[in-house]
Design a protein around this ligand. Structure first.
Ligand SMILES: Nc1nc2c(c(=O)[nH]1)N[C@H]1C(S)=C(S)[C@@H](COP(=O)(O)O)O[C@H]1N2
Ligand SMILES: [Mo]
Length: 320
């Protein structure tokens, strides 16, 4: 039931979501009865909480892949979000009580519509679309995720960048009281920062995601709003965005600043350019099972027909 698109779900079927909850309770009871060594916090993370809510009026998109999405559980319990810890299961546990409200987005730099926007006002003018996209992490694993979001191109257009704007920069909330991972200074230089060229940001594929599986975006996936750029490595998809700045110069980006020889600004998925410490030719699809072989990684993560033209003249053998 969970891999169905929201529009296909009849009201009578929504009860199967309760079954899903019950199954979790059953498994939890079984785990305890069976003496399984699961920490209470880890269990809390896999039991969906009451904050889950469906998003209204979500339309389908021709850009969605026909591949089966990963399970809700895979997508919400195997995460990278260093603001909440560096382990894959840390964000689900440590972002559980994060409050993504009230939330404002500052729009700055070379644009006409600069200013402070309340999150709900920021999103309201745009259509909510489901975009089922492959996501390829630079660590050589991948998932298929049914995001709900708004077109970044539509957002950029509405903010009216001036002719000076050549890049769009994004920043995550910087608040170590709410994001405990930011208390550690050795991991990244906070706040997390990312950026795109204007041509990339106005391509039809990137979205600002506000949901997944037809529901409000879970904290661990970047609530209330995060970037998704499906032809680039996952680290470009900055979470918990509070600032959007139109710039003349290429903005600094977190992983590029931390390890410039390993992570470029463009960071397009490319099976032919290895990471200095591992191959990028193949990827492990999360949820495929422990006996599944790694699958080949596709140039531009399979989105080349939509984006290859953006890089005419760039030498794709280099790690940008
Ligand atoms: N602010 C912030 N955004 C972030 C990260 C992070 O640590 N902090 N991790 C990135 C990486 S490496 C990946 S692979 C994706 C993971 O997104 P997901 O957990 O929703 O699958 O988020 C990206 N966005
Ligand atoms: Mo990643």
């Amino acid at each position: 039931m969970l891999i169905r698109k929201p529009a296909d779900v009849r009201p009578s079927e929504i009860t199967s979501y309760d079954n899903y909850l019950n199954r979790r309770d059953f498994m939890r009871a079984g785990a305890i009865a069976g003496g399984a060594l699961l920490a209470p916090s880890a269990l809390a993370a896999v039991v969906p909480d009451a904050k889950r809510a469906r998003l209204p009026d979500v339309s389908e998109s021709p850009y969605s892949t026909g591949e089966s999405p990963n399970s809700y559980e895979d997508i919400t319990t195997y995460n990278n979000y260093y603001e909440f810890g560096t382990g894959k299961d840390d964000p689900a546990v440590h972002a559980r009580d994060f409050e993504p409200r009230p939330w404002t987005i500052e729009v700055e730099g070379h644009a006409e519509k600069t200013g402070t926007y309340d999150f709900d006002d920021f999103v309201k003018p745009f259509d909510l679309e489901e975009r089922i996209y492959r996501m390829r992490c630079v660590e050589a694993w991948s998932m298929v995720i049914p995001w709900v979001g708004i077109s970044l191109a539509a957002v950029v257009k509405r903010l009216r960048p001036t002719s000076k704007a050549r890049y769009v920069a994004f920043e995550t909330l910087h608040d170590a009281r709410r994001m405990p991972g930011q208390r550690s200074r050795w991991s990244l230089d906070w706040p997390y920062r990312e950026g795109l060229t204007i041509a990339e940001a106005t391509n039809p594929l990137p979205i600002l995601a506000v949901g997944l599986y037809g529901e409000v975006l879970p904290n661990q996936n970047g609530a209330p709003i995060r970037l998704v750029v499906p032809w680039k490595y996952g680290f470009k998809g900055i979470k918990g965005i509070v600032r959007i700045r139109f710039t003349e110069r290429q903005p600094p980006c977190s992983w590029n600043m931390a390890q410039p020889r390993e992570y470029g600004f463009y960071a397009n998925v490319n099976p032919d350019v290895d990471h200095p410490r591992w191959s990028q030719a193949r990827e492990r699809r999360i949820g495929a099972g422990i006996f599944a072989e790694k699958q080949p990684t596709l140039m531009f993560n399979g989105y080349g027909e939509h984006v290859a033209h953006l890089y005419d003249g760039l030498d794709l053998r280099l790690n940008y």
